[in-house]
Ligand binder design. Structure first.
Ligand SMILES: [Cu+2]
Length: 240
């Protein structure tokens, strides 16, 4: 009986569709409206991307399809990106709470391409702080997590890529265990930044070579009480 229950629980855990995608952004607390396929290069589904070598890992499955407009923000503004599961009008339909993990945000000079290549710098990262995972805090906060654009950021057009990194199955390496490993939910937002700064993001990070299957930020067991040791993948946060 116990065996049957465990088997069932594992089956459910691996098929649960608690995925998420991005709806829109707020700038200094002001909602900028539905950004899907407007200023967000929205993927066709809310499925995770697992293949670290795929260009889809950067800006998801429509990453190479420019959206028609840009969200507007000023250097120094506080931004938050809102995620949802299936129904963006249901404040409780954000992300399955099994999807414990990190939220990492990057920026690159604007490109009409799919974002592959060494163009990214890290703007913000949240892992396990204050005894809770970033994705769980995000659910409690209506699907949003706030970060700031550096005051010194040079004006211009950018892609900002935010990634939910769900670690509920990351106790197995993603390359050797099909269907397991970390689940990345990347989403790229087109943002036009105003201001008088002159700092150009220059970390030149490349996801397809910089994220590795054995990176402790992607291959990590959240079930053994060591969450306080977790460190998100990628470079240090860029400080202009
Ligand atoms: Cu999921």
């Amino acid at each position: 009986m116990l065996f049957t229950f465990t088997t069932l629980a594992l089956a459910l855990a691996s098929t649960v569709s608690g995925h998420a995608t991005m709806f829109g952004i707020s700038v200094n607390g002001k909602d900028q409206g539905d950004g899907r396929n407007k200023y967000i290069r929205s993927p066709a589904t809310n499925d995770p991307v697992r293949d670290l070598k795929s260009p889809n890992f950067v800006c998801n499955t429509n990453g190479g399809k420019p959206a028609p407009s840009f969200a507007k923000a000023a250097a120094g503004d506080k931004l938050s990106f809102r995620w949802f599961h299936f129904n963006p009008d249901d404040p409780n339909d954000i992300l399955d709470p099994s999807h414990k993990g990190a939220i990492v945000t990057y920026i690159a000079p604007y490109t009409t391409g799919n974002g592959a290549g060494p163009i990214w710098s890290k703007l913000a990262e949240q892992g396990f702080e204050g005894g809770e995972w970033a994705t769980i805090k995000m659910i409690a906060n209506g699907g949003q997590v706030e970060f700031a654009l550096p005051k010194a950021l040079a004006p211009g057009q950018y892609l900002i890529r935010q990634e939910l990194l769900a670690l509920h199955m990351a106790d197995f390496r993603g390359d050797t265990n099909p269907g397991r490993g970390a689940e990345s939910y990347p989403s790229c937002v087109q943002v036009e930044v105003t201001g008088s700064g002159d700092a150009v993001p220059d970390q030149d990070f490349d996801f397809n070579t910089g994220y590795k299957y054995d990176d402790p930020g992607l291959f990590f067991n959240i079930y053994i009480g060591k969450n306080a040791e977790y460190k998100p993948p990628g470079p240090k946060v860029w400080t202009p």
